[in-house]
Design a protein around this ligand. Structure first.
Ligand SMILES: [Zn+2]
Length: 157
């Protein structure tokens, strides 16, 4: 993504810092992250405006290491994030609605990570549907992970 492409995003503030408060958009991350995933996350933040004081907090975009083999992070079409302003289960429902609304439910990879310190999600633009979860130190099925999250977070989320 070029700086000019970045400047077309409606919510550039979402991309300023990562969840630890570190600078997210280094020149290398900017250059290596595809504008398509940035637009998807930007669109999610737009969508959330209709649902209260919610914010996307990005964990990472493009990264050169630290993910599974063939991770879409390595090709710059993935984003890990959580939402602030609501719990994991509400966030799950909002992301689900958003993917339906933008007609990308069948062309995205979506992973559920309820055990992260900041429970959240992986989204990528792989061009086909991928769904999975991760908890207890293992890759799991999407529905199984959702059930785990419902047990873990219950109604308070
Ligand atoms: Zn990821």
């Amino acid at each position: 993504m070029t700086r000019a492409e970045f400047d077309t995003l409606k919510n550039p503030g979402v991309f300023t810092k990562d969840y630890r408060g570190q600078v997210l958009m280094t020149p290398q991350v900017m250059a290596s992250t595809k504008v398509s995933i940035a637009r998807l996350i930007d669109g999610l933040q737009e969508f959330l405006k209709h649902h209260g004081e919610l914010k996307v907090v990005i964990h990472c975009l493009w990264e050169k290491s630290g993910h599974t083999a063939n991770s879409k992070h390595y090709t710059g079409i993935a984003c890990d994030f959580h939402l602030t302003g609501c719990g994991f289960l509400s966030a799950y429902e909002l992301v689900r609605q958003f993917l339906e609304e933008v007609n990308l439910a069948d062309s995205t990879g979506w992973g559920l990570y309820p055990d992260w310190n900041y429970p959240g999600f992986h989204l990528d633009l792989r061009g086909k549907k991928g769904r999975w979860g991760y908890y207890g130190g293992e890759m799991r099925g999407f529905d199984e992970t959702l059930k785990y999250a419902r047990d873990k977070f219950g109604k308070v989320s």
